[in-house]
Design a protein around this ligand. Sequence first.
Ligand code: FAD
Ligand code: NA7
Length: 555
Amino acid sequence: MSETSEAESEREPDVDAIVIGAGFGGLYALKKLRDDLGLATVLFEQGAGIGGTWYWNCYPGAMSDTRSYLYCYSFDNELLQEDTFTRHYRYQPEVRRYLENFADRFRLRPHIKLETQVSGAKFNEETGTWLVETSGGQRVTCRYLVTALGVLSKINFPNIEGIDKFKGELMHSARWPKNATCEGKRVGIIGTGSTGVQIITAIAPIVKSLTVFQRSAQYSVPAGDGAVSDDFVRDIKEHYPEIWAREKNTLTAFGAKESDIPAMSVSAEERERIFEEAWQEGGGFRFMFGTFNDIITDEEANAAAADFIRRKIQQIVKDPETAKKLTPTDYYAKRPLCDAGYYEQFNRSNVELVDIKNNPISEITEDGVRTPDGAEYNLDMLIFATGFDASDGNYLRMDIRGRGGITIQDHWREGARTYLGTFTNKFPNMFMIQGPNSPFANIPPAIETQVELTADVIQKAEESRLPIVEATTDAVESWVAECSRLANATLLPKAESWIFGANIPGKPFTLTFYMAGLAAYREVLAEAADSNYSALKFEPLPGQVEGEELSRAQS
Ligand code: FAD
Ligand code: NA7
């Protein structure tokens, strides 16, 4: 790879493809483009290590909520056989190790440039290439730009008054400092989403005191974690091909048998039995999608599920006032949470719950947190488990420019818009992995599907010698309309969550996901491939002579 100086006016790019991001998406994209298409590919990652989400989120208790056997790549049976897991869920160190091993096994590291933040990328219409610029001043051109920037990657770090004054340790969960320890300290935590729930459950037993600043109460069900037996692992490995074939044919690919009965089609006693069974078995997606088929679409069904969880909270939490504060009253319609004993932590004498919905934090002081009711909470450590600017967050902080120099910020002014979560008009040869409007499902198989789509489209572009690919405006508009129709047929938009950008002040309502699930998405892709990707325009390079062999970069 050579660095471009004046050379961006030349037609030959420095490399064939640039991938951004070293998580599940970027690593597989690198492997696929290099090995299957023979493209000279380089991957830029701003972090100092491989793993994406699992490099950054090393807070106590960080774990997947997809079952271990499905939180991995599926495309290589040898890899599936070599991989091992010890519990029903993978904890952060295990997933990070898995992805590091993946990079080693497929000799990806020589193509990965760590600690390299991409600041911008500009499409040159005269050469049909992208010029990618890094914060360190590198400029590299490529034909194909694959952005695997992460759906939950740009952190949301609210700027609360006085935040710089705090003299103790202050951190965001997704930027957890190496060697930080909570043991024996007076810890405060802001945020009770999936991350907050995991941290609270993990640290409550070891801290001196834990003050939980809760804006919204959460519905959470037991995860059902535990050690797996050798027999269990052996059985999974024997049946992996069938398991993956089945899972990719489901809505969420989370391993729960999805229900096909409406909640109100059974008696109240039977409903209770089914909810209880799911509660005992564990898993957030299992509870939401495996009990009844209309929990997120039917008001009555949703209310029944919510009521069941509310009653559980009342039973678990001993202090009635705390139980009341912990009990949500809104729809059960966020990404479903699961935990390893979250509500139980509030029975500990060292754990205090502070409701900041009606009494929001007024100030962070040198010593801790102050609320308008005059209360002061003295802390040694303050943790922000305040989530992410999801989906398009990492795109909007970069200077990405498509045709005519249009910026991604202008292009997505009314909200992010893509075709299939991977393409957007005016940005030719930019392929997003888990871009906005991607399927709402277990993410590794969704990522694989999109990487395979990307590789298929690039292969078609190369073979047809029409190497400029762009989604038509119509394709984007109709995909967004379809995503909107699907989302509005559910209750999900009624809950304020990151799924629609509601957690970021001032962010427009963002259609982050395609809600028909993975199986339907894969069908749409199969139809698109059958139609020779008729919703995409394939064009020659400017000035390209018909039938001319396309030049390849030297790796
Ligand atoms: P990421 O893993 O987020 O990787 C993106 C990478 O791009 C990052 O390393 C980032 O540093 C890099 N990057 C971004 N911008 C730039 C730039 N400008 N320049 C250079 N590098 C850049 N999903 C599930 O399906 N099941 C789960 O159980 C699950 N558990 C989760 C638990 C946690 C705590 C979190 C935060 C997320 C979880 N997710 C889960 C979602 C998870 O993000 C995905 O499963 C998956 O890891 C995403 O992979 P990715 O490659 O798309 O993105
Ligand atoms: P989430 O689910 O977005 O949760 C963030 C939490 O932080 C949530 O309780 C928020 O309250 C709270 N929050 C956010 N901003 C503020 C401010 N300004 N003040 C007080 N409280 C705030 O992020 P997670 O990291 O927990 O989980 C994200 C996904 O990662 C999750 O679904 C898994 O897939 C992994 P709110 O609910 O908005 O009132």
